[in-house]
Design a protein around this ligand. Structure first.
Ligand code: HEC
Ligand code: HEC
Ligand code: HEC
Length: 408
């Protein structure tokens, strides 16, 4: 209903504006300035999950939130705000301007110019043509530096964690930061509550090593430059407390009947052979890259030995569908011609879906060709390794994965 009214309004404004354009207005109504067009891909990547693709406040993550994401397509709402107000909430997050902490901070991830381009795009979504943005002088187009991973700071952390990591009062403070102060809970679930943008963290302590949680949350972009998780500007103490909290969430642990896989350790050299043997029954390298070698269907495993616990890796091999790695969910598409296509979804925008099929080919499918599609709860990774690999072979593979570390 509102959309219809808005579209009618836009059309009306468009018609009326032809006369003004003739006298030389700087921006035609309905036209996207070049600044706003730089903001568009950023908006789709970082904001649409909550605010919706067209800014209506109805992204897939919106109903998970206790506070409704603002309706950025509302002209009434946006027109009364100054550029600097919109700029500040994006840069500092809701918490930084006394609004909901669920609106994340982007000033540690995006350059000043990128944030201005988002301001321009928000005005465009609102159909607010009366306030063209003028960029301030000397606006910087470099993103905030992401400090490289340092082996030393990891050592210091490990030391701290072994002494203080299980301290209940620190764990409680970490939980409070996670749920109430920072925007973590807006994107991550704990026990069926919270956001859906990132992975469910109810079993974070089973899935990730403490040192990995610490490294990742301090600076996601240094590990994965294109991650949708912004750098939240946490200080060292906040990182430690949140890590202590997340690492305490172990869930039920590994199934009893699988525990004896972990009883003795395997041989990493044999594990590597199994991993890359293209005629063998494991042939993990067909889908996984390690240090530049291998396929791209699944996540790269170059430092899985640092990031994942042994229990998690075992579960991944024996029962891949237990946890689907974020960004690797499998999608089933039915085309209008009646063909089924399945693969790992890499990207989706208003007009198309990119996916990688089991053979590793990237397919770009226009939404015009699609009848319906859905994300599946199964993994593209084969589920029968528990039947075809012997216990010792699995142990060898685990030993090999355990050697894949960030810095040796
Ligand atoms: C995880 C969900 C989430 C994401 C992602 C998100 N927002 Fe928000 N945003 C919110 C919520 C919730 C509010 C409402 C805050 C309030 O009113 O207290 C909000 C409010 C806003 C507002 C209005 C603030 C005001 O003055 O009332 C703007 C502008 C905004 N967001 C822009 C963005 C932009 C641009 C991005 C991407 C760079 C983005 N948001 C990403 C959840 C989100
Ligand atoms: C705007 C959404 C968003 C916010 C806010 C956010 N995250 Fe994330 N997080 C993600 C996404 C998306 C991923 C998946 C990583 C990827 O593949 O890019 C992720 C991944 C993670 C991971 C797993 C890392 C891995 O290797 O897969 C942890 C742990 C995590 N986030 C913790 C946090 C904490 C703690 C906070 C708050 C301080 C937080 N996140 C805030 C979106 C978010
Ligand atoms: C047909 C492709 C394919 C093959 C073969 C394959 N995998 Fe996977 N693997 C995937 C996909 C896709 C994912 C992500 C989805 C998921 O979590 O199940 C994944 C996830 C994983 C993960 C979790 C990574 C993380 O950090 O979340 C591990 C560990 C893993 N695979 C190990 C292996 C091992 C070891 C083998 C060989 C025995 C193997 N895989 C064979 C496709 C494959």
């Amino acid at each position: 209903m509102w959309k219809a009214i808005r579209n009618a309004l836009i059309l009306l404004i468009l018609l009326l504006s032809w006369t003004t354009v003739a006298v030389g207005a700087s921006l035609k109504s309905g036209e996207m300035s070049s600044l706003a067009s730089q903001g568009r891909p950023l908006f789709l990547h970082y904001c649409a999950a909550c605010h919706g693709v067209t800014g209506d406040g109805d992204g897939y993550n919106a109903e998970q939130l206790d506070k409704e994401p603002a309706e950025l397509s509302s002209r009434k709402f946006i027109a009364k705000k100054k550029d600097s107000q919109i700029y500040r909430v994006i840069k500092l997050g809701g918490h930084g301007v006394k609004k909901s902490h669920l609106m994340p901070v982007f000033g540690h991830t995006l350059s000043e110019k990128e944030i201005w381009s988002l301001v321009a795009y928000v005005r465009y979504l609102a159909g607010d043509w009366d306030h063209p943005i003028t960029l301030p002088d000397n606006v910087s187009s470099t993103r905030p530096a992401s400090p490289p991973l340092e082996h030393d700071s990891l050592k210091v952390f490990r030391n701290w964690y072994s002494k203080k990591g299980k301290d209940q009062s620190l764990i409680d403070q970490g939980e409070k930061l996670f749920r109430k102060k920072k925007s973590c809970f807006a994107c991550h679930q704990l026990e069926d509550e919270g956001g859906l943008v990132g992975p469910d963290l109810s079993r974070a302590g089973f899935s990730y090593t403490p040192e990995w949680i610490f490294t990742w949350i301090g600076n996601p972009q240094s590990i994965k430059p294109k991650s949708k998780m912004p750098n939240l500007g946490l200080n060292n103490k906040e990182c430690r407390k949140i890590t202590a909290f997340l690492a305490s969430l172990k869930g039920e642990g590994i199934k009893k009947k699988w525990r004896d896989y972990l009883g003795s350790s395997g041989d990493p050299i044999q594990g590597k052979k199994l991993f890359f043997d293209s005629d063998g029954k494991a042939n993990c390298g067909k889908c996984h890259t390690v240090n530049g070698q291998g396929g791209k269907v699944g996540p790269q495993l170059s430092f899985v030995g640092t990031s994942r616990t042994k229990e998690f890796m075992l579960e991944s091999i024996l029962n891949p569908k237990a946890v689907i790695t974020s960004g690797y969910s499998s999608i089933l598409i039915l085309t209008k011609k009646g063909k089924f296509i399945t693969g790992v979804k890499r990207n989706e925008d208003d007009s198309s879906i990119d996916l990688v099929n089991k053979e590793g080919n990237v397919l770009h499918i226009s939404k015009d060709e699609i009848k319906k599609y859905k994300t599946q709860k199964i993994s593209i990774m084969p589920g029968n390794f528990k039947d075809i690999l012997t216990k010792d072979e699995v142990r060898h593979l685990l030993a090999y994965l355990g050697t894949l570390k960030i810095s040796n």
